[in-house]
Design a protein around this ligand. Structure first.
Ligand SMILES: NC(=O)c1ccc[n+]([C@@H]2O[C@H](COP(=O)([O-])OP(=O)(O)OC[C@H]3O[C@@H](n4cnc5c(N)ncnc54)[C@H](O)[C@@H]3O)[C@@H](O)[C@H]2O)c1
Length: 373
């Protein structure tokens, strides 16, 4: 029997809808396998801004710090880029959690289910054998000039005598690159032992350093084959021959974009889970934050239309990486695949001849499979 403490941060938009289903799955695992999970539910994002005046309160942050794992929904209310109020932003909560807990490695597995080949925009023959995991650097790069004005790392729009200009800084230290590349090579040891490192070394200095570090880490892993690939070529190869990839390691922005692209292999962005890990250990594994890769989807929020699979598969990653419950994690993944094989789909995966169900019903179908002996 395992004991664990989990903080649930449902957040905004479809976040509460999909995390509710993921939480039911965790409760079902707890009951079926005799574990004991203490769950704290707290506000985050716009939900917290409205009720507490900050995107994440100190007490919520402290509750997270005392937990073995965080299950996160999504934050934000408007489609990305449309909030120009200049006020506190809901995303600050996520940036703070990632930065202060040192979550530098963001794992995003992409394995299209055969039963969903028809829902993908690619032809089925291109999807056969596709099974990859992205290891995205999460705590540095372009996104981290934003939080405060760090000397030497500007990110701002500024007025000059020549006119208005904007600057963002893409800065990586050797250490920041090395820890995430090492994580990718370690993961490859348990898979097909192939790493693709994605960069833009023909243009960016940060990518030149990235390549140097990859060469050094690769030398410590002689049983892992590796290649360097430019990000533009990778974007193309992901669609042309996705089965070429095993472990893909890349910097923050490239990883953000490439994984949204890769989600289309699975049929919907609502399918993909993620795990954000650092170095802190728990009794069963690593302290981590688990969330679907999608945002708050304001266009479908509150309509029982969101696909809960990304959130439920994130709960499976939580069981595996933070609680050390690998068998239970696999059982959840198998229950998801079984429900999909039986033909149940949320509207984002609508195909002829399938049963379209809402968020709650999809969750219920997965729970039914999970509870079967
Ligand atoms: N980690 C996060 O919390 C996170 C990540 C990305 C975006 N955001 C925020 O979310 C808000 C909306 O951003 P966006 O519209 O660019 O991205 P989004 O991922 O929320 O939505 C993009 C598209 O995918 C669809 N979609 C997303 N999740 C789905 C699901 N579970 N089931 C079915 N369809 C789904 C949406 O309906 C929409 O058409 C913004 O405020 C953005 O900043 C938050």
């Amino acid at each position: 029997m395992s004991k664990a403490t989990i903080t649930v941060l449902p957040g905004d938009g479809v976040g509460p809808e999909v995390t509710a289903q993921a939480l039911k799955v965790l409760r079902a695992v707890e009951e079926k396998c005799g574990h004991s999970f203490t769950v704290h539910k707290r506000r985050v994002g716009l939900d917290a801004l409205a009720a507490e005046g900050v995107a994440i309160s100190e007490s919520t942050f402290e509750t997270c710090a005392q937990s073995d794992a965080i299950l996160f929904g999504a934050v934000g209310s408007l489609p990305a880029g449309e909030d120009r109020s200049g006020g506190p932003r809901p995303e600050q909560a996520l940036f703070r959690l990632r930065k202060e807990f040192g979550f530098f490695a963001n794992l995003r597995p992409v394995r299209p289910f055969e039963a969903l080949y028809g829902a993908s925009s690619l032809k089925p023959e291109h999807l056969k054998g596709a099974d990859m995991i992205f290891v995205r650097e999460l705590s540095a790069g372009l996104y981290y000039g934003r939080l405060e004005s760090v000397p030497g790392k500007p990110s701002e729009i500024r007025r000059t005598q020549q006119g208005t200009e904007a600057v963002d800084t893409l800065l990586y230290t050797e250490e920041e690159i090395e820890r995430v590349v090492r994580a990718a090579f370690e993961i490859a040891l348990d898979r097909e032992r192939k790493v693709t490192s994605v960069d833009k070394a023909n243009v960016l200095s940060s990518s030149v350093l990235w390549r140097e570090v990859v060469e050094r880490v690769a030398a410590d892993h002689p049983t892992v084959t590796y290649e360097h690939m430019l990000v533009d070529a990778c974007a193309m190869r992901l669609i042309r021959t996705p089965s070429d990839f095993d472990v893909i390691v890349t910097e923050n922005l490239f990883g953000d974009i490439l994984t949204d692209e890769a989600s289309m292999l699975t049929g919907s962005i609502g399918m993909l889970p993620s795990a954000s890990l650092g170095t802190r250990r728990t009794a069963g594994g690593m302290f981590g934050l688990y969330e679907p890769i999608h945002g708050s989807a304001p266009d479908i929020a509150g309509q029982d239309k969101a696909n809960p699979v990304g959130a439920i598969l994130s709960a499976a990653l939580l069981l595996r990486h933070s609680l050390g419950l690998a068998q239970e994690a696999s059982a959840v993944e198998e229950a998801v695949e079984a429900a999909i094989r039986e033909g149940y789909r949320t509207p984002d995966l609508d195909e002829d001849g399938r049963t379209v169900v809402g968020t709650e019903e999809m969750g219920r179908r997965i729970l039914d499979r999970l509870r079967q002996p």
